[in-house]
Design a binder for this molecule. Structure first.
Ligand code: ZN
Length: 274
């Protein structure tokens, strides 16, 4: 039942962006009447206490990288789904519910679909003071993520560009799924050291990042409508998990290389990998 989560699928910017948009559509203005904590490990902060949310309303929702900030009258709930977190709006809690907010539009449920407990919620008066938020690099869809920014930040980096793209301190929102398609779209080898990228490749990487993420957001919106249960169904990606299939651009066979506990996918011809 939880098979799709055992491989360590993590939501990335497109899934989190659609979740944020749907939360905004469905919950802006809703009032919190009660708070229930059934599995306290999901709560990663102690002050202010979560009961401080009672009586507050949802003002806005903001996304930063893979995090969502729920703005509730000066209090912010900061959420990261990790490998298994799912949100849901229902009338009754499910067995796998860790935490829920009773609102005048139903129960906003925070569930964890696997035994790997990696979802987390923080409550804070200012998300910018949280150490893991301060460490985040520019958001991948921010206008500040420019070719100049990329060029400056790649200057001293010898690691594979694939791994640099996944570094949330370099750019936030991209993980081990979308990095494959961004580099395919940009026609750059995932194994090229960051500092060796040419100016042309940097321009192309910048453009491809935006185009791949925006296309994914549109595809996810078509798949899920205004649901909050957004899963990592990424069949629309071109090289990610498409091992041994023909490249739609050149017809060559899509390859993969096993790296740590996951795989990197690429087209050897389009991306110049020998
Ligand atoms: Zn190709």
């Amino acid at each position: 039942m939880v098979k799709s989560y055992s491989g360590g699928m993590m939501p990335e910017l497109p899934e989190v962006e659609v979740l944020k948009r749907n939360l905004k559509k469905r919950l802006t203005g809703a009032r919190i009447e009660d708070v229930s904590i059934t599995k306290p490990h999901i709560l990663k902060s102690v002050k202010p206490h979560f009961t401080a949310l009672i009586g507050k309303s949802f003002k806005d929702f903001e996304r930063r990288g893979k995090y969502i900030f729920f703005d509730m009258d000066g209090l912010f709930l900061v959420y990261h789904g990790g490998l298994s977190g799912i949100l849901d709006l229902r009338d009754v809690p499910t067995r796998d519910t860790s935490f829920y907010l009773k609102t005048d539009r139903g129960l906003l449920i925070f569930r964890e679909l696997s035994t790997k407990k990696t979802a987390g919620i923080h409550l804070t008066e200012n998300p910018e003071t949280l150490p893991f938020i301060r460490k985040l690099g520019i958001d991948a869809l921010s206008v500040d993520f420019s070719p100049d920014y990329i060029k400056n930040r790649l200057r001293r980096r010898r690691e594979w560009i694939f791994n640099i793209l996944r570094d949330q301190g370099f750019v936030s929102g991209i993980g081990r799924a979308y990095a494959n398609d961004i580099l395919f779209e940009a026609k750059i080898s995932p194994f090229k050291p960051g500092k060796r990228l040419t100016d042309g490749e940097i321009e192309s990487l910048h453009y491809s990042t935006r185009i791949v993420l925006k296309r994914a957001i549109e595809a996810i919106e078509r798949l899920y409508g205004d649901s909050l249960e957004i899963k990592e169904k990424r069949d629309f990606l071109i090289v990610y998990r498409k091992k041994d299939q023909p490249c739609p651009v050149c017809g060559d066979t899509i390859q993969w290389k096993s790296y740590r506990d996951y795989a990197i996918y690429y087209c050897p011809s389009c991306q110049g990998v020998e």
